[in-house]
Write a protein that binds this ligand. Structure first.
Ligand SMILES: Cc1cc2nc3c(=O)[nH]c(=O)nc-3n(C[C@H](O)[C@H](O)[C@H](O)COP(=O)(O)OP(=O)(O)OC[C@H]3O[C@@H](n4cnc5c(N)ncnc54)[C@H](O)[C@@H]3O)c2cc1C
Length: 447
């Protein structure tokens, strides 16, 4: 393909968001007689799925304490369900299994899921929770659990399968996807901040509209756009918190136990829901019985043929280095700094054994290969979906994003002129206006 000198819509990033936006924008333009897929160009510095979308665990759930997140996730699940085959989506459901300290948060979620018609079962009480879990997996043995929220929709999708599915759909609509092209800067003119062209390592491309879907690289593109490096946040008490960095990094910890995925079948021989457990009971090593932690801990896991075992993760940790000094490249398993180590493996497999007897003695099967990766997080750890510089839509999902396959659809509608109520709670102005999302008692920054 000859290197293009211009395009109407230029999308930076071929991950879930860039490709979903490309595909849905092509559909929108056609439906509204405003253009066609050939008007859209997606650029990626490496390849499809080279970022977070290509390494994500792929969990799709509705369980969020924040009402705006739940409403948005219900929309995303609709999109997953629209073509499960193309998106490599496994609608096995999802379970949030919690201790008493999270009981009332989860009860609120269950209540509101009813209100928005999102099917789930909510089980309360210690014995009731254990009994319910044993009807699904007979060897359930986790302690300290007092509620189970079983979402009947959601589940997980195979990371690269979903990305290639989206890419194929976009290309079938005429979208051009070019890899090996790095965006290095933006051009504007005539006294306006609107972007008129994008500089790349292969030349300059004139464009009418830019969509940024750069995942963990959002900080560098944000800086190229000359957007604020720090924000002022109005707290719940009305006090202003100045100079909060716009982007910080967290390291997401995931790994795979290399057992036959069928080991984790349900009592009736099916594939189980994704299991997410948070608890405050002490966790002991499945290797030598020593105390792993007496602090609140949480893990999630599911059998996954794509990863070749039982795959999942634990709570991430904040990268303490100055965000300016954090090297995003090389990314994911190739990073010398941000892959999970023995400590994670020990904790995560011990947690699995704490929950289900079948994982006792399986530590030697942990796949000792690099996994995990970093993510760029916003000041409140929730997404920013907003238009900057008049014609630049930034999709920065703060690591909630693999499941957000439907955000590209809403972005496409907004670009074509329709405002989305679902996207309003995620505007950048919420920080200074103090329109913040409620904070839960979960040990994860993304619940
Ligand atoms: C280990 C891990 C596990 C996760 N698990 C889950 C999960 O189970 N469920 C969930 O919902 N979310 C999960 N997430 C979060 C989720 O993966 C991300 O939120 C989502 O994939 C981001 O998608 P994206 O399209 O914005 O970015 P990415 O998939 O990162 O894609 C960005 C692309 O932009 C390209 N790019 C960057 N800069 C430039 C440039 N200057 N020029 C050209 N191209 C550029 C990159 O090469 C990359 O391909 C996980 C994240 C990690 C790291």
């Amino acid at each position: 393909m000859a290197f293009p000198s211009s395009t109407r819509y230029l999308i930076i990033g071929a991950g879930v968001h860039g490709l979903s936006t490309a595909y849905h924008l092509a559909l929108q333009l056609k439906a509204r007689n405003q253009g066609r897929g050939e008007d859209i160009l997606v650029l990626d510095k490496t390849a499809l799925g080279a970022g977070a979308s290509g390494i994500a665990c792929g969990v799709v759930r509705n369980n969020y304490f924040q009402p705006a997140m739940r409403e948005l996730m219900a929309h995303n699940v609709d999109v997953w369900e629209s073509d499960p085959k193309a998106f490599s989506y496994h609608p096995v459901g999802y379970m949030q299994i919690s201790p008493e300290s999270m009981h009332s948060d989860i009860a609120t979620i269950a209540e509101q899921q009813k209100e928005i018609g999102y099917e789930s079962v909510f089980v309360e009480g210690k014995q009731e929770s254990t009994d319910y879990m044993k009807t699904i997996v007979h060897d359930w043995q986790a302690q300290g659990i007092t509620s189970v929220l079983h979402e009947k929709r959601g589940g997980y999708a195979n990371n690269t399968g979903a990305v290639y599915g989206l890419g194929g759909k976009a290309e079938a609509e005429g979208v051009r996807i070019m890899t090996g092209v790095t965006v290095q800067g933006f051009e504007s003119g005539n006294g306006s901040s609107a972007i008129t062209a994008v500089h790349t390592n292969r030349g300059t491309i004139q464009c009418d509209y830019v969509i940024v879907a750069a995942g963990p690289w959002v900080k560098s593109v944000w800086e190229m756009l000359e957007l604020p490096r720090a924000v002022t946040i109005k707290g719940a008490d009305g006090a202003l918190h100045e100079n909060v960095p716009t982007w910080v990094f967290w390291s997401l910890q995931e790994g795979t136990l290399g057992v036959d995925p069928n080991l984790q079948q349900t009592n009736d021989g099916g594939m189980p829901p994704v299991i997410h457990v948070d608890t405050d009971v002490p966790l002991y090593s499945c290797v030598d019985g020593s105390l792993v932690t007496d602090q609140m801990w949480g893990v999630y896991y599911k059998p996954d043929f794509h990863f070749g075992g039982v795959q999942g993760g634990a709570a991430p940790f904040k990268v303490e280095a100055d965000p300016d000094d954090v090297a995003v490249d090389p990314y994911g398993p190739e990073s010398p700094d941000f892959v999970v180590g023995e400590e994670f493996a020990h904790m995560w497999v011990s947690a699995l054994a704490h929950c289900q007897k079948r994982f006792e003695g399986q530590m030697p099967k942990y796949k000792n290969e690099p996994s995990g990766g970093i993510g760029a997080f916003s000041p409140d750890s929730f997404p920013v979906f907003d238009v900057f510089r008049e014609n630049c839509y930034v999709i920065a999902d703060s690591n909630h994003g693999f499941k957000m396959i439907g955000v590209g659809k809403l972005v496409a509608e907004e670009i074509c002129g329709a405002r989305s109520k679902l996207m309003e709670p995620f505007r950048f102005s919420r920080y200074v206006e103090g329109k913040l999302h409620p904070v839960s008692n979960s040990p994860f920054p993304w619940s």
